[in-house]
Structure formats: C-alpha cells, structure tokens
Design a binder for this molecule. Sequence first.
Ligand code: HEC
Length: 150
Amino acid sequence: MSERFTKAAARNIFYGGSIFFFIVFIGLTAQTHYYIRTSSTDEATLTDSVQRGKHVWEKNACINCHTLLGEGAYFAPELGNVWVRYGGREDPTGAREALTAWMHSQPSGIEGRRQMPDFHLTDQEVNDLIDFLEFTSRVKTQGWPPKTSG
Ligand code: HEC
C-alpha cells in the first residue's frame, strides 16, 4: 500500500463515507415518506372507519395467516386486493355482502381445505374491516400483487 495512505486519510474516508451515505439515506427516507403521502395513498379517503378497520385487522392478527400487500404469512390468500377479487370495483354492494357472508361462514368445515376461524366480529367491526380492505385495494402498489387472484 502506498505510504501516502495515512491513518488520517483512512479516517477521513470512513467519516466522509459514513456522513455521505447517511445523508443519502435521510434523503431517500424523506422521498419515500413524501411519495406515500402524496402519490401512493389517497389520504382524503382515510376515514375513521378505515382506521377502526385497521385496528380490527390488528387485534385479530389476520396477518398471522394472510398477507396484506405482500407482507405477512403465506397460509391464506393475499387480502390487499380481495376487494377487487370480489368485484368491489364494479359492484361495491355485492362485494360487501359477499365479504360479510364470508366472515360469518367460517370455518367452512370442508375437508381438505385450509380453515379460517370464526372471529365473532360484530356487524360494525365487519363493516369497518371491509372499509379498510377497500381502502387498501386502492393503495398504488406499482402493480403488486401481479395477479388479482392473489
Ligand atoms: C388461522 C388462519 C387465518 C386467520 C388468522 C385469518 N384467516 Fe382469513 N382465511 C384463512 C384461510 C385458510 C382462507 C382460505 C379458506 C378457503 O379458501 O376455504 C382464508 C380466506 C379469507 C378470505 C377470503 C379470501 C378470498 O380470496 O376468497 C377473507 C376475506 C379473509 N380470509 C379475511 C380474514 C380476516 C379479515 C381475518 C382477520 C379478522 C382473517 N381472514 C384471519 C385463514 C385465516
């Protein structure tokens, strides 16, 4: 190694590099935050019921079996787009009814099929939950998941 590469130079590269990449990291974090708030989510439609629905989702740990926008467990279907899968874009009332019926008819008891528990949710909780899933389906995920089927 060249004699000109002194301890001081090594230290400066270390600190300079650390500071440089820390600044890049802060910049990217700010950009991500800005993008989430202005482009990827529709903040105006983030209603109280959507927030309550998120709490129902968390309290009952749906993510222990399901994924939401790709995050979670892979035991049960992706639910970030379940609203679209149930035809919510064309027929919101029909999709709401179908999802409500689904929540109340579990476990299906069909042999050989994976089972989902009955969470004994109130009508209000189911409605909030569906509002949350509907909101989630409108998050711009840059095409994730690639197929409506999951
Ligand atoms: C113990 C695991 C488990 C948990 C926890 C769970 N689910 Fe499920 N869920 C499943 C399974 C398994 C299926 C698929 C069942 C089938 O196809 O017969 C399913 C299917 C669904 C479907 C239908 C998906 C589709 O594409 O048809 C919805 C909606 C759903 N779950 C909502 C929820 C919600 C909301 C919660 C939390 C309150 C939840 N699940 C918690 C296991 C679970």
